[in-house]
Design a protein around this ligand. Structure first.
Ligand code: ADP
Length: 268
């Protein structure tokens, strides 16, 4: 039972304790409800690809022509990939949440290196879509405290989207900037996100109406969760040419000769 203890029925000396306890229980209850909503949504979202798979399987079973059957099986293979991608993302989200419970190791790392390396991972995909994928480095060491695996996931989701939501022949740029904060930006000149949708796209499972590329609606919520874990903020702006989108992630810098890696890093 998580209901609050009536404050007026306890002795004065323990009242502050009881108030704190009630607050804690309130937060716990909210968390539990959020978890339940998430599980319900996740189960609901998984139904769509599964229903699709079932229909495709029935179609394949009714095919007698070997070529048609092969095509049908090909579709099944693709749908299976999408479903498993979605499950992976759900797992990443759950794991990122678990980092609040100290699962991952925080290390000092160079944001410049990380961004260059993640951009490299997407070169082939960009090429296949004839998208010009560029990397502009700050040219200076850009140390932050972070969990490399999670940060790769964050950046990767942004680059994935930029490529996905930019038509053939478009441009995607990943750039890093050094200032008071360590900044990485992913900019595209694709379909863009209307200003009134910019807050919504960080909600779990949310997809802008009419978005037809494949997706789970989990990429940005994952990015937001990971940013929060790193005490970073994500800003979503229009692309600099007035087209497309610009996602900017700003991290607190790890200062050399300063206080060093925090003795109590945010997620160690
Ligand atoms: P997914 O891409 O799997 O649908 P995300 O959470 O990554 O899920 O993105 C949510 C929605 O935000 C997308 O469905 C799309 O409508 C929109 N979106 C995300 N990134 C971009 C982008 N770079 N350009 C245009 N729209 C985007």
């Amino acid at each position: 039972d998580l209901s609050p203890i009536p404050v007026n029925r306890v002795p004065d000396e323990v009242r502050p304790l009881v108030v704190a306890f009630n607050e804690m229980m309130g937060r716990l209850e909210e968390n539990l409800q959020a978890q339940q909503r998430f599980i319900a949504q996740a189960a609901h979202q998984m139904r769509t690809p599964l229903t699709g798979l079932k229909t495709q399987t029935e179609l394949a079973l009714s095919e007698t022509d070997p070529v048609q059957m092969r095509n049908a099986l090909q579709l099944i293979a693709e749908s299976t990939d999408r479903a498993s991608h979605m499950i992976n993302q759900l797992l990443i989200l759950a794991r990122a949440e678990a980092s609040h419970e100290k699962v991952h190791r925080v290390v000092p790392l160079d944001l410049d290196d990380l961004a260059r390396s993640v951009t490299g991972d997407w070169v082939v995909r960009a090429l296949a879509k004839r998208i010009d994928l560029g990397f502009e480095a700050s040219g200076r060491p850009l140390l932050i405290n972070g969990v490399p695996l999670l940060l790769r996931e964050l950046l990767s989701n942004l680059v994935d989207n930029a490529i996905k939501y930019t038509p053939v022949g478009g441009h995607v740029t990943v750039r890093t900037r050094a200032g008071a904060l360590a900044v990485v930006e992913v900019e595209d000149d694709g379909i863009g996100i209307p200003p009134e949708e910019r807050a919504n796209v960080f909600e779990r499972f949310y997809r802008v109406l009419g978005t037809d590329a494949d997706g789970s609606g989990l990429g940005l919520p994952i990015a937001a969760e990971i940013a929060e874990l790193h005490q970073a903020r994500i800003d979503l702006l229009a692309g600099s040419q007035g087209r497309g989108s610009l996602f900017r992630v700003s991290f607190p810098r790890y200062l050399e000769g300063g206080d060093g890696p925090r003795s109590q890093p945010p997620l160690a």
